[in-house]
Design a protein around this ligand. Structure first.
Ligand code: NDP
Length: 446
């Protein structure tokens, strides 16, 4: 049995009930064969075995009282995955589907993603099975305060710095930060994605979506193409999807779809800047459903319970959740003439779907590279907090653009060096792995 198979079998044996974690681990391990053949030291020092085991996992009870005075109990967790190159860094997800396997998959991915940014941040992830949907602001606040009443013991500006993810936006970060400050009597950059005016970086809300489109631009450039005039299908209508759409529109692309967990809207006339502003108001302030778009704009149709991949497009941009492009969706995209798929969500494409894209020679931008813009600007927020300073929009956006351009170049070069020219998935995995693994070797058996 090869080293990689041996490690993978052990992962599955240890935690048989964590399919998403297995999927994320296998996706990385299977790319590493050429590196492991050349460098036997990784096997000798059991680097893979250490990499797949989080440094620390914390789970805790989160009791809170709803508006009717009833006691509710959720489960909270934080997985501190790897601190070889910096403090643990990664978002918090509040969604009913959250369990330890999901948080471990996200924390594992985060470790390599953070390495690709070239900034000094380790990997972590956390969250809860709490569902903010349909809750009042007061309920969300009471939940966040209870969640932080345990989490505060484990985090700190130089220890572990959480941010947002699904279900955790500016409102939740505010409540979490307030409680951390109250409990510790410290004002420090312990969370990123803070409000502008109290330590938040400009461009942080936009960073994941903008960064994804900068990465897409580089992918297309390598094939002599650009975004101008291209049709794009986007899934999701949350933080990542909104700013992905905004940047696509600014580059002259036409956004045909957006979605939420209820279904998707297809607007053949395009979701332009004005319509997108309406979507942002709907989602961020009124907290409504995307189906309302089709009532407001007569050019659009709404498809209940469906994903947008049946709509023919040049470029597909999945920005909602894991495994949202399966085999059937991938086949439909190939049939519709898609030339590029660039991931905004984490692991939105199943391994079978990736194979279909690769066989069809569709350019594929993997999440851990393409959506690294969010965490990159989070690290820039940490830097600004540490210096008690604030950079302009142009400064942060310029840095984000050059980080994403650099990540693309890095992945492209690693893919070429290890015999997989043009395969950005292999490039991202190898490049992220080498940085983390070498730091682990330097720091001894810890
Ligand atoms: P939001 O909560 O702002 O938005 C999530 C969107 O995806 C919503 O439209 C939501 O619909 C939809 N969605 C969530 N779960 C499902 C599901 N099971 N099926 C269909 N649609 C679903 O989250 P973000 O935009 O922040 O995150 C989206 C993705 O991007 C996630 O994979 C996240 O891990 C990843 N990501 C986010 C970063 C960030 O900076 N925020 C950074 C890097 C990656 P509904 O409202 O109905 O739930």
């Amino acid at each position: 049995m090869s080293y990689v198979d041996e490690v993978f079998e052990r992962v599955k044996r240890r935690d048989p009930d964590q399919p998403e974690f297995h999927q994320a681990v296998w996706e990385v391990l299977e790319s590493l064969a050429p590196v492991l053949e050349l460098h036997t030291e990784y096997r000798e020092y059991r680097v893979l075995e250490r990499l797949v085991e989080p440094e620390r996992m914390i789970t805790f009870r989160v009791p809170w009282t709803d508006d009717r005075g009833r006691v509710q109990v959720n489960r909270g967790m934080r997985v501190e995955f790897n601190s070889a190159i910096g403090p643990y860094k990664g978002g918090l997800r509040f969604h009913p589907s959250v369990n330890l396997g999901i948080i471990k998959f996200l924390g594992f991915e985060q470790t390599f993603k953070n390495a690709l940014t070239t900034l000094p941040i380790g990997g972590g992830k956390g969250g809860s099975d709490f569902d903010p949907k349909g809750k009042s602001d007061n309920e969300v606040m009471r939940f966040c305060q209870s969640f932080m009443s345990e989490l505060f013991r484990h985090i700190g500006a130089n220890i572990d710095v959480p941010a947002g993810d699904i279900g955790v936006g500016g409102r939740e970060i505010g409540y979490l930060f307030g409680q951390y400050k109250r409990l510790t009597r410290r004002w420090e950059g312990v969370l990123t994605g803070k409000g502008h005016g109290w330590g938040g970086s400009l461009i942080r809300p936009e960073a994941t979506g903008y960064g994804q489109v900068y990465f897409l631009r580089e992918m297309l450039k390598a094939r002599g193409e650009d975004i101008d005039g291209k049709t794009c299908t986007i899934s999701g209508s949350g933080n990542v999807a909104q700013f992905c759409a905004e940047k696509v529109i600014s580059y002259g692309g036409k956004v045909l779809t957006m979605s939420d967990s209820g279904g998707f809207v297809h607007d053949p006339d395009g979701i332009d800047a004005e319509k997108l502003a309406w979507v942002m108001e709907l989602k961020n302030n009124r907290r409504g459903r995307i189906s309302e778009y089709a009532k407001k704009f007569k050019s659009a149709s709404y498809y209940t319970g469906k994903r947008p991949w049946s709509v023919a497009c040049d470029i597909a941009l999945p920005c909602a959740t894991q495994n949202e492009i399966e085999k059937a969706g991938a086949k439909a995209l190939v049939k519709g003439g898609t030339i590029a798929v660039c991931e905004g969500a984490n692991m939105p494409t199943t391994p079978e779907a990736v194979e279909i894209f690769q066989a069809a020679k569709i350019a594929f931008g993997p999440a851990k590279a393409a959506n690294a813009g969010g965490v990159a600007v989070s690290a820039l927020e940490m830097a600004q907090n540490a210096y008690f300073s604030e950079w302009s929009r142009e400064e942060v956006d310029g840095r984000l653009d050059s980080i994403m351009t650099g990540i693309h170049a890095q992945c492209d070069a690693a893919a070429e060096k290890y015999g997989h020219a043009g395969d950005l998935l292999v490039g991202a995995n190898v490049s992220g792995f080498l940085k983390v693994a070498n730091a682990m070797l330097d720091q001894g058996v810890v």
